[in-house]
Design a protein around this ligand. Structure first.
Ligand SMILES: [Zn+2]
Ligand SMILES: [Zn+2]
Length: 133
């Protein structure tokens, strides 16, 4: 089994934590670090209960230090978090689009606006020429 944050194998069963919603597995430290600044699971994006987050939160100064040391060993965890967050952003945007029927503005939408404007400008041009003659 691999941790869904760092994608490295989880060696010891004791250092494993499972999301109670989607049952994806993580290194306990990596999940704990994620939950310090997020209240949802990085995989299923479901909100996690305060009780669950509290359980993973370092409670003593020693626990906090140990967590920081463990994270310092893992290079680029900030980037991993950003990557997981950007997936979140995309997913939320897609969901909102489906909910409200919003589609991305494409070239066609610009044409819909531009076409009448071009027609109007042409009409004025033709009228101006007709008056001058
Ligand atoms: Zn990990
Ligand atoms: Zn989950």
């Amino acid at each position: 089994m691999r941790c869904n944050i760092c994608y490295l194998p989880i060696q010891e069963i004791t250092s494993k934590e499972t999301c109670p919603r989607c049952f994806n597995e993580f290194h306990r430290d990596h999940f704990a670090a994620w939950l310090l600044s997020h209240d949802y699971c990085p995989m299923c994006r479901e909100p996690l209960s305060d009780a669950f987050r509290e359980e993973l939160r370092p409670k003593t100064e020693n626990e906090r230090k140990r967590l920081e040391q463990s994270l310092a060993r893992l290079e680029g965890i900030g980037d991993m978090f950003k990557h997981l967050e950007s997936k979140q952003k995309k997913r939320i945007m897609a969901q909102r689009s489906r909910e409200f029927g919003i589609e991305r503005t494409g070239f066609k939408d610009y044409l819909k606006v531009a076409f009448p404007v071009i027609l109007l400008v042409l009409a004025i041009f033709v009228i101006v020429i007709a008056i001058n003659e």
